[in-house]
Design a protein around this ligand. Structure first.
Ligand code: 3EB
Length: 354
């Protein structure tokens, strides 16, 4: 059975997006500061009015303007919506996007004891799962979550922890796992006033779920990190052989369950790369993934304080070489003592420049 490449990832500067005429585009994320002043991304490559685009307000730190992360497949695609989710599907794959603003939601003073962010998260996750069931692509492979004010306490709990509570409760209510068979994920801050913005990739086929032997699984974190654990795997592998794609979750300077090197962004970057190398080895040993090295990946690097960008960038670029793709975004990280978080894609979905 051939296992050719079925998923393609490209990073495209908005200023160059007019020169690409792609087919098979499932969806895209657009990263921009969202301050107006010409920073708004325009049309995505292979777009059209019905293309699902997650508009994420995290300023791009390298390069001049907005960047599209474009997900494509081979063959016919169709686009549609389910509730507030917009999706593109083709073959076994589905890309979906949903954004829910909190301003219009009831505050906790009313009869609903949940916070606005919990209500928004619950709605987004239930609609995501309903979309997957209706589309016949039940297996969630990779989820990206962006929420404003991620480190702010409201209603007596940090908003990232509120998000974890609602993600777990919505998943349980929909008969979904909250440990083990859970997707790779990232959860980051976004500019104040943005809606909760979630995009995801799902498949008809289950991925392999990969944990990091250097870290406690996030879904087993002790209660000091919040009343409900974050429900994500450290990585997933979708497909087999040379076409398989590896999705590495947002990865940080955490060993066991504890943050290492607080206040030292260079050391945090190096520790994070050791974690990513451990995931590459695990994916090869247990996920059916061919052996990849750091140079073969496409990275998104989330930097809390842009003043630390040069030191983080120096560490990364000397470790990953010139072939890897690196997109640097300004975003708050879900632990206050973390300066940097890095996610990556490798294998079938991503071909480094040769
Ligand atoms: C960590 O390892 C860092 O809540 O979905 C990374 C990736 C992190 C995903 C999530 C959180 C999430 O715990 C934080």
């Amino acid at each position: 059975m051939s296992s050719g490449q079925l998923l393609f990832l490209d990073y495209v500067a908005a200023s160059e997006s007019g020169s690409k005429e792609w087919s098979g585009v499932l969806g895209a994320a657009a990263f921009a500061g969202g301050t107006g002043h010409g920073s708004e991304p325009g049309q995505a490559p292979g777009g059209g009015d019905d293309l699902p685009i997650a508009r994420v307000r995290t300023p791009v730190l390298n390069g001049a303007g907005a960047v599209f992360e474009v997900w494509r497949t081979r063959g016919r695609t169709e686009r549609g919506s389910h509730g507030e989710v917009r999706y593109g599907r083709g073959g076994d794959l589905l890309f979906g996007s949903v954004a829910i603003g909190e301003a219009a939601l009831p505050d906790a003073a009313g009869p609903d004891p949940r916070t606005p962010l919990e209500i928004a998260t619950d709605r987004a996750y239930r609609q995501m799962y309903a979309t997957l069931a209706a589309a016949g692509t039940p297996h969630l492979v990779r989820v990206w979550n962006y929420l404003p004010e991620i480190n702010i306490d409201t209603h007596g709990l940090e908003r990232y922890r509120q998000f974890n509570t609602a993600r777990q409760e919505a998943s349980l209510a929909c008969g979904r796992a909250v440990a083990g068979s859970v997707p790779a994920a990232s959860a980051l801050g976004a500019a104040s006033g943005s809606p909760l913005t979630i995009y995801f990739l799902a498949s008809r086929r289950a991925p392999a779920f990969i944990e990091n032997p250097r870290q406690v699984s996030a879904y087993r974190y002790p209660a000091e990190y919040g009343p409900r654990s974050p429900a994500f795997s450290r990585a997933t592998v979708l497909g087999e052989g040379s076409g398989a794609t590896l999705f590495i979750s947002g990865t940080a300077s955490i060993v066991g369950h504890q943050t290492r090197h607080a206040g030292d962004p260079a050391a945090q970057t190096r520790e994070t790369l050791v974690n990513i190398e451990a995931l590459l080895a695990e994916a090869a040993a247990r996920g059916g993934m061919r052996a990849l090295d750091l140079a073969a990946l496409a990275y998104k690097v989330y930097v809390r304080d842009p003043q630390e960008l040069p030191v983080i960038r120096r560490q990364l670029e000397s470790a990953v070489g010139a072939r890897a793709a690196l997109l640097y975004l300004k975003a708050d990280i879900c632990r206050r003592d973390l300066s940097v978080e890095i996610e990556a894609v490798g294998g079938g979905g991503w071909r480094p420049a040769s």
